[in-house]
Design a protein around this ligand. Structure first.
Ligand SMILES: Cc1cc2nc3c(=O)[nH]c(=O)nc-3n(C[C@H](O)[C@H](O)[C@H](O)COP(=O)(O)OP(=O)(O)OC[C@H]3O[C@@H](n4cnc5c(N)ncnc54)[C@H](O)[C@@H]3O)c2cc1C
Length: 482
């Protein structure tokens, strides 16, 4: 059994490499000049390359690691596979084996063959700028009319004395574990930390999650964060809020994290540490000065609303320049940058409506404004909440945790934001994305047929509550987020 699994795993690993970084790869001889040179082949870079090539542009795509970037290889794809498999009760070796299979399968969408078939010149090497219209890639220079920086981000380091000495994992190495850690310490209570803490608890690890701030997922509404805290505890995760890690050491064969919660100081013994305290943009190796591209102190590359850098012929997209670091944002900004660079478009990234989700159990999804953001902008809102415990499908499925909350601009029926905490919130939020983009108001939503029973009936119930409360509305507000 294990021999055949080993053989299968080896075949799968070879297929993944063949698609994302073939061992015998030789870079092509470069064209005299490219219309578009792209640095980084994650969701942003690959999307831009495909979009530009389909418009007949001469494109070079440069990647120093694996095609598909973080999302395919160390991010969304492996993490969602692990979460799903862990919930189904599988054991770690089976989960990791499935993860590699899934990653290799999806790698086909990003494969070198697919890019070559579109006429894209792929260079597997490190790139840096050597002028305003030139990149150095290995031994060759690529000249371009326009360039796109799509170099993404990497796990942020933490200034914790002793941590490097005892060794720790990040999202880039956690999926390579050989065995399930008996005790796992997760430093950081953002989406990645919470998702993986819950998944490893489901696999059987004793997980402790340490969050310096007073709530998990600091960017979400308080009532959603409270449900998440309860869900983590329910799933056996030891949750430590307002807790900072002061130092790390080894003692009696264990890794030990010395932590502080207000005045209280105490040690936590673990077998593995997952560090998940944010992500930093990859800009250091790019020699941005040579291209006249300014860095931004908070996001990596300074861009304007049209994704143009301080060099008008160099654009940026994805994690390297966006506050919202998600694959869907990377793809959308990449397409936008190509449109703005070549089609004379003036698409603004501030106009993007971004549905986003933390894949915890239950899932927590959001779109548009939070209540406090509406307050800060002086937008008067009313909220309409439906609890999943009142939704028939949630009851039939015994998944009654959570709620749907819609924020509506007062005096209109236009939705300006929403938070959903529910099983499959990641799917439900897409209905709101369509509704808000199509400027459909609460009155129409209340009458649009939904299947029965369905989780998304909760969204319609919220709209019906709105109609009951405000039977006469003079006009449909549509999308009013700014
Ligand atoms: C564990 C985890 C789970 C996640 N889950 C989700 C999720 O569920 N949903 C979601 O939307 N997002 C998720 N994300 C975020 C998502 O992966 C990123 O937002 C997305 O990958 C960003 O795409 P990108 O193209 O901007 O950058 P990346 O995917 O990081 O790609 C950038 C590429 O540029 C290459 N590169 C960098 N510098 C150079 C250079 N000088 N020369 C050549 N190449 C270079 C890198 O090697 C890399 O391959 C997750 C992230 C992590 C870590």
């Amino acid at each position: 059994m294990s021999a055949s699994l080993d053989r299968d795993d080896a075949v799968v690993a070879a297929e993944w490499l063949r698609r994302t970084r073939p061992a015998d790869w030789r870079n092509p001889a470069p064209s005299a000049r490219y219309d578009l040179c792209i640095v980084g082949a994650g969701p942003a870079g690959s999307t831009a390359a495909v979009h530009a090539a389909r418009q007949g542009l001469r494109v070079a795509l440069v990647e120093r690691r694996q095609l598909g970037g973080n999302s395919l290889n160390w991010g969304s794809v492996p993490s969602k596979t692990l979460i799903n498999a862990a919930r189904s009760g599988a054991e770690l070796p089976a989960v990791l084996s499935r993860l590699r299979r899934v990653r290799s399968h999806i790698a086909e969408h990003h494969s070198i063959e697919r890019l070559q078939a579109l006429g894209i010149d792929v260079f597997l090497d490190q790139a840096h700028f050597v002028g305003t219209h030139a990149l150095r890639v290995g031994a060759v220079t690529l000249c371009f009319r326009k360039a796109l920086i799509a170099t993404g981000a990497r796990p942020a380091p933490a200034d914790i004395p002793g941590l490097a000495d005892i060794g720790f994992r990040t999202s880039e190495t956690i999926f390579d574990l050989a065995a399930l850690p008996r005790r796992l310490g997760v430093i950081g209570g953002g989406a990645l930390g919470c998702e993986l803490a819950q998944a490893f608890a489901a696999l059987g690890s004793k997980v402790t999650i340490l969050q310096r701030q007073p709530k998990f997922l600091p960017g979400i509404e308080r009532d959603a964060a409270e449900i998440l805290s309860r869900a983590l505890a329910r799933d056996g995760v030891e949750t430590r809020l307002n807790t900072a890690v002061l130092a790390a050491r080894t003692a009696d064969g264990s890794r030990v994290l010395d932590v502080a919660n207000n005045e209280l100081r105490f040690p936590i013994a673990v077998d593995e540490v997952l560090l998940s305290v944010g992500r930093v943009p990859n800009v250091e190796d790019l020699e941005l000065d040579a291209a006249g591209v300014l860095r931004d102190p908070t996001v990596g590359v300074h861009t304007d609303d049209f994704l143009q850098t301080t060099n008008p012929d160099v654009y940026a997209a994805g994690d390297v320049c966006m506050r919202h670091q998600f694959a869907n944002v990377a793809e959308a900004t990449a397409r936008m940058a190509v449109q703005n660079a070549f089609a004379g478009a003036r698409e603004r990234c501030s106009e993007l409506l971004i549905p986003r989700c933390a894949y915890c159990n239950p899932e927590i999804a959001q779109i548009g404004l939070h209540s406090w953001q509406a307050r800060e902008r002086g937008i008067p809102i009313k909220s309409y909440t439906v609890f999943m415990a009142d939704v028939d499908r949630a009851i039939t499925d015994d998944r009654t945790e959570g709620f749907v909350k819609l924020y509506v601009r007062e005096g209109t029926d236009g939705i300006v934001g929403a938070t959903i905490v529910a099983a499959r919130a990641s799917e439900m939020i897409n209905e709101l994305s369509v509704i808000m983009n199509a400027k459909i108001g609460m009155r129409r939503l209340a009458d649009i047929l939904h299947t029965y029973p369905a989780q998304s009936c909760a969204i319609q119930l919220a709209a019906r509550a709105f109609v009951r409360n405000q039977p006469i509305i003079p006009f449909e507000g549509g999308l009013q987020t700014v």
